[in-house]
Structure formats: C-alpha cells, structure tokens
Design a binder for this molecule. Structure first.
Ligand code: B16
Ligand code: MG
Length: 213
C-alpha cells in the first residue's frame, strides 16, 4: 500500500542541474580551470559544500575553510540569479499531472531534497501548495545516501518507510531511499539507477498501476 510519495527536487521535478552547472563552471573558470558537463554529473544530489570539494579536487586547488565558504556563497548568489528567473514552464513534463493523480487518490506528497534553495525553487514553480511536507538541505545534517532526508519526510507525514515511495534521479538518492527501507522509482537511465525498484525516463504516462511493486 502507498500512503505517500516523496520527491527529490533537482532532476525530478525540475532541471536545475543546468543552472548549477553554469554557476560552478563560472567559479572554476575564475579559479583558472575548466569544468565540463561530465564533471557536473558528479555533483547531482550532492550537498553544496561537498560539490565545492569535488570541484576543487578536479581543479587540483586547495583552499582553507573560510575561503571555501566564501566561494560557495559566491556560487550560490550566481545560481540564484538563474533560479529567480524560473517559471512554472520549467516543471518537468508530466510532474504536475502526476501530483494531481496522487491528490485525487488521497496519497500525500513530500519533498526530500538536498538543496538549501528548495523553498525558493518551489515558489518560482508555483508548486509549494502541492506538498504536505517539505524536507530540504536546511533541515538535515546527513547527506544522501544517508536516508535522513526521506525518513524525516515520512515522519512528518506520520507514515512508516514501507508506506512511502521515493522518486530520485541520483544514484546516492536511490541508495538513500533503499537505506531507509523505502521503495524507489528512479527517474533517468537504468544504467545509473539500476538499484531502484522501477526506472522510468520521466513522469509522462506513469500510472499508479506501475507503482504496484
Ligand atoms: P543547493 P536534490 C541537490 O538537490 C542537487 O542535485 C545538487 O546538485 C546540489 O548541489 C544540492 O541539491 C545542493 O543544492 O546549493 O541549492 O543547496 O537533487 O537533492 O533536490
Ligand atoms: Mg536530484
């Protein structure tokens, strides 16, 4: 039985990865090295500070904590410029219809995102009201693949992990769901998300019957 669906944000509800990429690449260029789209794949689902560590490792740059915090803030300021221009048109195909189906079936909806900008993004997309519970990067101390973010979502809704299904686009996120003893639908390619109970390319045409696993 499904009582709740918990959604990752970046890569599941909206493609913010492209804006993260622009902002991280601009920081890398300022520091004197290149940052490719492939490099950017490594940052999906990863927290802001860990993303910066990965970026600096790629550029072979070592910095003290204070400078790192300043750079992370600089990147986020740049990223926010793009986020604040987002409109509901950028909601990924099929997501809103799927939310409506869940609502009509009485299934609760929660957010489980690593992003500290999640509230801003949901507001830009005019999706805030669909969520019965929101857990984001400001509420958790342990990053995915730790299940904290999803367990908190389930707890806020008052359901056990077995009653929840998580939707994730990142490998670490799929692992987080499974570590929390939740079922998981991978949004993306089976090569990357093979551990999920079901992998689909997106929400278009996804039916409740498919979630019966
Ligand atoms: P912020 P998700 C994650 O969101 C992104 O996938 C990841 O690339 C990003 O570094 C992280 O949020 C932190 O984002 O800098 O906005 O706090 O996929 O867990 O929704
Ligand atoms: Mg994601």
């Amino acid at each position: 039985k499904i009582s709740a669906c918990i959604f990752d944000l970046d890569g599941v509800v909206v493609d913010t990865a492209k804006y993260h990429y622009i902002a991280w690449r601009s920081l890398a260029n300022e520091l004197g090295f290149d940052f490719t789209k492939e490099d950017n794949e490594r940052l999906k689902g990863v927290s802001r500070m860990t993303s910066l560590d990965i970026l600096l490792e790629i550029g072979n740059v070592e910095l003290d904590e204070k400078t790192k915090l300043q750079l992370a803030e600089k990147k986020n300021k740049n990223y926010l410029e793009y986020i604040l221009k987002m409109t509901p048109d950028e909601i990924l195909p099929g997501v809103k219809d799927f939310f409506k189906v869940l609502k009509s079936e009485g299934i609760k909806i929660a957010l489980g995102s690593a992003s500290k900008n999640a509230m801003t993004i949901l507001k830009q997309l005019q999706l805030t009201d669909y969520f019965d519970a929101i857990v984001d990067g400001t509420h958790v101390s342990k990053a995915k693949p730790d299940p904290e973010v999803f367990l908190k979502g389930a707890e806020l809704l008052g359901f056990s992990p077995a009653e929840c299904i998580v939707f994730e686009d990142a490998e670490a996120g799929v692992e987080a769901a499974l570590n929390g003893k939740m079922r998981c639908v991978g949004i993306g390619s089976p090569e990357v998300l093979g551990k999920a109970n079901l992998v689909v390319p997106g929400f278009v045409g996804l039916t409740m019957a498919q979630l019966d696993f």
